[in-house]
Design a protein around this ligand. Sequence first.
Ligand code: MRU
Length: 358
Amino acid sequence: MSLGSCRSSKSRFWRKPSLRYEIVKSIEWLGNRLRFIDQTKLPLEEVCIETDQYTLLADAIRSLGIRGAPLIGVAAAYGVALAGLRTDESNLQSFRNEIEYAIGELASTRPTAVNLSWALERMRKNLNASLSIEAARVVLVREAIVIHEEDEEMCRRIGECGSQLIPDRATILTHCNAGALATGGEGTALNIITTAHRMGKSINVYVSETRPLLQGARLTTWELMKAGVDVTLIIDSAAASLMQQKKIDCVVVGADRIARNGDAANKVGTYMHAVTAHYHGIPFYVAAPSSSIDPPLEDGNNIPIEERNASEITEGFGKRIAPEGTNVYAPAFDSTPARLITAIVTEKGIHRPPFHFQ
Ligand code: MRU
């Protein structure tokens, strides 16, 4: 695996001082409670929820009110901190048991994004190393904030490194949402695009709607329009003909879990875009922080793929579109083999195949 250095790209392009863009903050720690955007309401309503209960956070993760691999990890870490602040246990072992229960609840919310177990494991280590309840409360809050700050920094570096892959006047295809809404910072795949735009490159983005929960149509268009990037929405199955017409220069997507060999799980439909891009000789880039890499997993075959409730397909957003009793297969993710991936961008740089993550 070769790792491209993240050199400064100021030589040709620079941040245009005149460009105005709105930064989206998906999550915010308020000292003793958490504020987050309820993403199920976007783009029709911009609703923020404030809570001091980890159970409400767990429900929000399950229902995709909070979503995107890095953001799930950050939110779960804050959930553990909230559990520590709220419990009235006075015995250290009982306190630990209660927090361990909260960790289990949060871990069970979604299976595919490895960031969730990665963040919870960090919280568990801090819990077990604390010698008093008071110390544990302080340490858990501090660790959650550190995980959040690290995520912000990883996003910034991914944007900076990955933007070097984007040529001027590029037309890019992206799938699902890997922007600020999916992270504790300014995003991964989408941050590559918005960073290139802010550097002054002329960028057009095709966003595939991302059936069935429409993260592309609802969230990515919303973010890109706020960032002032030219965006065109397509249905997922229109991507192939755009590639055939040579209207796509590269594909940039996020990932929920990357195996040691570079196989990458992301929102269902990503594999379809990767196969089509490969057929048409179009570069296919994956962007993710190191917290999405799972080196013990040899390849993508063993990545757990979440299956969602059939109703999200048969009667999504409250409108029935298939007959009662229809058999449904509803995977939320798929795994793209490393051989279809041109490069993987992490906060450490641009990784080229053959990939071998440690
Ligand atoms: O089901 P979701 O909306 O949580 O799926 C999100 C994705 O597939 C993203 O592309 C991935 O988490 C990367 S986010 C930086």
